[in-house]
Design a protein around this ligand. Structure first.
Ligand code: HEC
Ligand code: HEC
Length: 206
């Protein structure tokens, strides 16, 4: 108790905001004009910390910076199509994109979203083992056993199930094509039930 109090007193003396410390895993310096973009635009849909309270907007917090940068450039340059995001990204410079990506990547991942347990169990099987009968590769083989992704591959853990499901369907239909067809070939083999189940499982990963 006493130690904790002394700790916060020291941080207060050092001028470090305790609130900032609690919210962010790795604080980053954000240029003023980029902070204005975050507060004035991105936060409206993705939340000020990238936590995205609404299920239709993807969580950005704790996502890999390289992946975030690639997506923002793809929206800006028309390789990934989305009405709101094409508009949002159209005037962003490469430096702004790098700063936005670094900011959201530094934020703490949102709480997991456990759903229907039995459905999530079907999803867990697909995630870890794939489907040997239809040729679906295990998601874990690329996105990692915990869904944390890699520098090149997106983190999936804790993402909103509704967003994940939509993306899988978009990859399948080739409405999203900025994946070099990797995700298309996987999504095209998933059944409706498997798509829903794996999305629910992913939402529950922390
Ligand atoms: C009007 C709502 C809205 C605003 C404002 C908005 N976004 Fe988005 N964003 C979306 C939607 C919707 C998607 C999902 C697009 C899709 O379905 O392909 C998205 C997707 C993204 C993605 C891709 C995430 C992933 O996991 O692939 C990134 C990165 C992103 N937004 C960053 C930003 C940044 C940075 C800003 C501020 C400059 C911003 N967004 C402002 C609605 C918004
Ligand atoms: C062979 C490697 C590989 C496997 C296996 C794989 N993925 Fe992916 N996945 C990728 C790559 C690469 C991307 C990034 C595409 C891009 O850059 O836009 C991606 C992107 C995604 C996205 C978009 C994330 C976002 O934030 O918009 C989702 C959702 C996804 N994968 C789900 C899955 C699921 C579910 C499985 C298992 C059924 C799976 N992936 C298996 C390579 C893989």
């Amino acid at each position: 108790m006493r130690k904790k109090f002394q700790g916060s007193l020291l941080m207060a003396l050092a001028g470090i905001s305790v609130a900032t410390m609690a919210q962010s895993a790795r604080p980053v310096a954000v240029p003023r004009h980029v902070q204005d973009i975050i507060t004035g635009r991105c936060a409206l849909c993705h939340g000020p910390e990238g936590e995205s309270a609404s299920a239709v907007y993807p969580r950005l917090a704790a996502q890999h910076p390289d992946y975030l940068q690639k997506q923002l450039r793809d929206f800006r340059d028309g390789r990934r199509v989305s009405d709101p995001m094409s508009e949002m990204a159209k005037d962003l410079k490469d430096d702004d994109i790098a700063a936005l990506a670094a900011f959201f990547a530094s934020r703490k991942a949102g709480a997991r979203q456990p759903g229907d347990v039995e459905l999530a169990n079907v999803g867990k099987y697909i995630f870890n083992r794939g489907n040997g009968y239809s040729g679906v590769a295990a998601c874990a083989s690329c996105h990692g056993a915990k869904g944390y992704g890699t520098e090149q591959l997106p983190r999936l853990a804790g993402q909103h199930p509704a967003y994940v499901e939509t993306q899988l369907k978009e990859f399948n239909k080739r409405a999203r094509t900025n994946d070099n067809a990797i995700m298309h070939s996987i999504a095209s083999k998933l059944t409706e039930l498997e798509t829903r189940a794996v999305s629910v499982y992913i939402g529950g990963l922390e």
